[in-house]
Design a binder for this molecule. Structure first.
Ligand code: ADP
Ligand code: ZN
Length: 432
């Protein structure tokens, strides 16, 4: 039977949810206009007054916020509460090079941890569970967010942070961890290490994993589920909106329910800013309607995905977002073709390789080059190397329409990730 952390909210009727969002949005816009000079200026420039926002239908009238705004306003420019009322800061992991600092009041921490508690409950977590959190702790939101959620649910929480993988497995075995929280790339590494240490899934008690903070494919999901003997669930979030738990997967495993009572999602055309109807792919935009200290309105995430209101078998009525297919700025344009690293990952795993790979793009004599290094499987011999590289290159070409150079490299020669994996090196940027 499906369990909920907050049944009333998670299964609320569309009309009631809209009413709640309308009320919260109106109050939030007022709060931001009065307290955040930076955003007030943006609204004034656009000629929008708080009174113009009467319901979610008026959301499109508000100006967007982008990562560039966050940089301009760093560190305090978007703060909406006195620092004396703030109790925490967290910061982005800096994947895209520009750090963002987010502020939290105690209320903000509570609502964030509550969102994470919903995610843990949705994968079957209760106070009987042992929850091993191997997201990084510290400024990164992964560890603190899931840690807080796990406490709320009442799980026995193991605040492991990332790294020291053999010790992770020792604790997992000794203390009977049942839920694992980390990045999917680290989960994959933990699975590999488990088997390298001579154990099988019978030696651990894990039943579920909550993996997010980076894009991962369905093929990667299957690979992790097999190596750890679990169900692997996705979780999404970003520092700007609090951290993980903005959306979470349920038993159906077909996308993540967005905690709409706190975050109103929109999908826009990233080029024009025009709002797109549900079902179309575009850039995800969030409006935080309950956060006090750092309440971003219409924040452009740059993550590309699709929203769906299709009825979910878990009973939740919260809107669902698809797995982000990557950030709009993750997309590589190689010889004029749009390429997402996730497409390459799909092919590699489909062809029977483990998700240990590196994509390198460069420009030689005015022409783009694409090199994919992937580890041989341990049972593969060097004999058929060239043929195997060729057939993999053909499979990639079939998917992308462009030919890569594929290099099968020794097992374990590609650096494993304990946090967010770095899978792409684009050297063209260095030449620019
Ligand atoms: P940074 O921008 O430095 O990576 P964050 O740690 O706040 O900072 O990362 C948030 C970003 O991580 C999101 O905007 C998204 O691109 C990515 N992300 C988070 N969760 C997922 C997920 N489940 N699937 C794909 N991407 C994710
Ligand atoms: Zn569901």
């Amino acid at each position: 039977m499906e369990r909920y952390w907050n049944k009333e909210i998670e299964t609320m009727s569309r009309e009631d949810m809209k009413k709640l969002q309308d009320e919260r949005l109106v109050a939030q816009v007022k709060h931001v206009y009065e307290n955040v000079e930076y955003y007030r200026n943006l609204m004034d420039e656009k000629g929008v007054k708080p009174e113009d926002i009467k319901s979610t239908e008026d959301l499109h009238k508000l100006p967007f916020l982008t990562k560039a705004d966050l940089r301009d306003a760093y560190p305090y420019g978007l703060l909406a509460k006195p620092l004396s009322e703030c109790v925490r800061i967290q910061s982005t992991s800096g994947t895209t090079g520009r750090r963002v600092v987010a502020f939290y009041t105690q209320h903000d921490i509570d609502l964030w941890e509550d969102c994470c508690a919903r995610a843990i409950t949705a994968v079957g977590g209760t106070n009987e569970d042992v929850c091993q959190v191997c997201y990084g702790y510290g400024l990164f939101t992964g560890g603190p967010g899931l840690n807080g959620g796990s406490h709320k649910v009442g799980c026995l929480t193991l605040p492991m942070s990332s790294g020291n993988t053999e010790r992770q497995i020792q604790f997992m075995r000794d203390l009977g961890s049942t839920i694992l929280c980390c990045t999917p790339s680290y989960a994959s590494y933990i699975g590999e290490t488990l088997h390298d240490m001579g154990y099988t899934t019978d030696d651990i008690k894990l039943k579920a994993g909550i993996f997010g903070a980076e894009p991962w494919t369905e093929e990667m999901r299957k690979s992790i589920e097999k190596s750890l003997g679990i169900k692997a669930y996705d979780i999404y979030g970003l520092t700007e909106t609090s951290g993980p738990g903005v959306s979470f997967e349920c038993s159906e495993q077909t996308g993540m329910h967005i905690n709409e009572d706190h975050f109103i999602p929109e999908i826009i055309n990233p080029e024009t800013g025009e709002v797109l109807p549900d079902g179309e792919v575009g850039e995800l935009v969030f409006t935080s309607i309950t956060k006090e200290a750092f309440p971003l309105l219409r924040y452009r995430t740059r993550d590309l995905c699709v929203l769906s209101r299709k009825k979910c078998s878990c009973g939740r009525t919260l809107i669902k977002m698809s797995k982000p297919m990557g950030r709009s700025d993750d997309m590589l344009i190689i010889r004029g073709v749009n390429v997402f690293p996730s497409q390459i990952e799909t092919v590699l795993i489909e062809q029977g390789y483990a998700p240990n790979y590196l994509i390198e793009v460069d420009r030689v004599n005015h022409s783009d080059t694409l090199d994919i290094s992937v580890e041989m499987n341990p049972e593969q011999s060097e004999d058929g190397l060239k043929e195997n590289e060729k057939s993999l290159a053909e499979a990639v070409k079939k998917m992308l329409g462009i030919s890569p150079r594929v290099h099968l490299v020794q097992p374990k020669s590609i650096t494993r990730s304990e946090g967010k994996a770095v899978r792409v090196i684009d050297r063209r940027k260095l030449h620019d």
